[in-house]
Write a protein that binds this ligand. Structure first.
Ligand SMILES: Nc1nc2c(ncn2[C@@H]2O[C@H](COP(=O)(O)OP(=O)(O)O)[C@@H](O)[C@H]2O)c(=O)[nH]1
Ligand SMILES: [Mg+2]
Length: 298
């Protein structure tokens, strides 16, 4: 990871970091207790915190560790081991266009994440199409349009209230005929009933699959990092409605609960593909366990 990106990550994780600084002096029982409280405050969750504390107690004995600073290195080692299993990269398939569908409740950060990703892709020289399939509010279409302009992506939109699947059809179909690289699909994420959500998402997916039968549909659930572990239940509803292939956790810069990445990924068994640590385009970063832990505990 480039230094500037790492600095942004560090800055973005500051609030969570504040919860994780009890490593002064020699190791004694009270230090273990402080670490336990710190992990719980960072929203690592009871189960993972127990696993981590168990490891720290056993390993520090085994390795005859005496100093708090050394214990911190041990914690890093364990957190990296756990979070490595949560890493995941985008799967864009072999054909053009790749299609990425974004799900999540209102306000979780879908449109912003799409905008940031679009800017990163166009910077790499890829041609990007944004599908305005959140047709529920006119403002949602306008917001995506702003991102299209800012990122140099093309937008495909219908009017407010239109069938989201029809927007997706037009977007993917036109991207296919023009040879565009990537279609990013913004959705409304209304949750009034699970059946409704399921129907809408399945219709969108069927539409994509009809046009691109051999392509995987990368389906990304966007979760608001400021609510920590509370997003798990929300995520379960989406997971029951459709296959989710990846998670993005946004707004970690505004959250002291960055440790929730651990229970989120462990309970949902879905890889984390990106994290959002601020408002800038570069603040959407691929999730890398090592960089994340170094930034938290440096
Ligand atoms: N600080 C911060 N704000 C974010 C981040 N991602 C999204 N936001 C903000 O969260 C709010 C809701 O985002 P939006 O993309 O409209 O959510 P949507 O309803 O899911 O499309 C906006 O004000 C965004 O600027 C992030 O990583 N950090
Ligand atoms: Mg939106």
């Amino acid at each position: 990871m480039f230094k500037s990106m790492f600095d942004k990550l560090k800055k973005g994780l500051q609030k969570t970091k504040k919860n994780l600084i009890p490593f002064r002096g020699k190791i004694d029982e009270s230090l273990f207790e402080d670490i336990e409280i710190a992990l719980l405050k960072a929203d690592v969750g009871v189960k993972a915190t127990e696993e981590i504390l168990d490891f720290l107690r056993k390993e520090s004995k085994k390795r005859k560790i005496k100093e708090g600073e050394e214990l911190k290195e041990l914690l890093k080692e364990k957190l990296i081991e756990i979070l490595k299993k949560c890493e995941g990269k985008l799967e864009l398939g072999e054909e053009k266009p790749a299609v990425i569908l974004f799900l999540g409740v209102n306000g979780s950060g879908k449109t912003t994440t799409i905008g940031k990703l679009a800017a990163q892709f166009t910077k790499e020289g890829k041609s990007v199409v944004l599908a305005a399939a959140d047709t529920f509010r006119a403002a949602a279409i306008d917001q995506l349009e702003v991102w299209a302009e800012r990122s140099g992506a093309r937008i495909v939109k219908h009017s407010q209230g239109a069938d989201p699947a029809a927007v997706v059809y037009d977007a993917v179909n036109s991207a296919k005929s023009r040879g565009d690289d990537i279609v990013l699909v913004d959705t409304a994420g209304r949750l009034h009933t699970k059946e409704h959500l399921m129907k809408e998402l399945q219709k969108i997916k069927r539409t994509i699959q009809k046009l691109m039968p051999n392509q995987p549909v990368e389906t990304i659930l966007v979760l608001d990092g400021t609510i920590g572990q509370n997003s798990i239940n929300q995520a379960k509803t989406f997971k029951e409605a459709t296959d989710v292939t990846g998670i993005v956790i946004t707004k970690l810069d505004g959250s002291a609960k960055g440790g929730a990445l651990i229970p989120i990924c462990q309970e949902l068994c879905i890889p984390i593909k990106f994290i959002g640590v601020g408002e800038d385009i570069e603040d959407l970063q691929p999730f890398e366990a090592k960089a994340f832990v170094e930034a938290l505990l440096e």
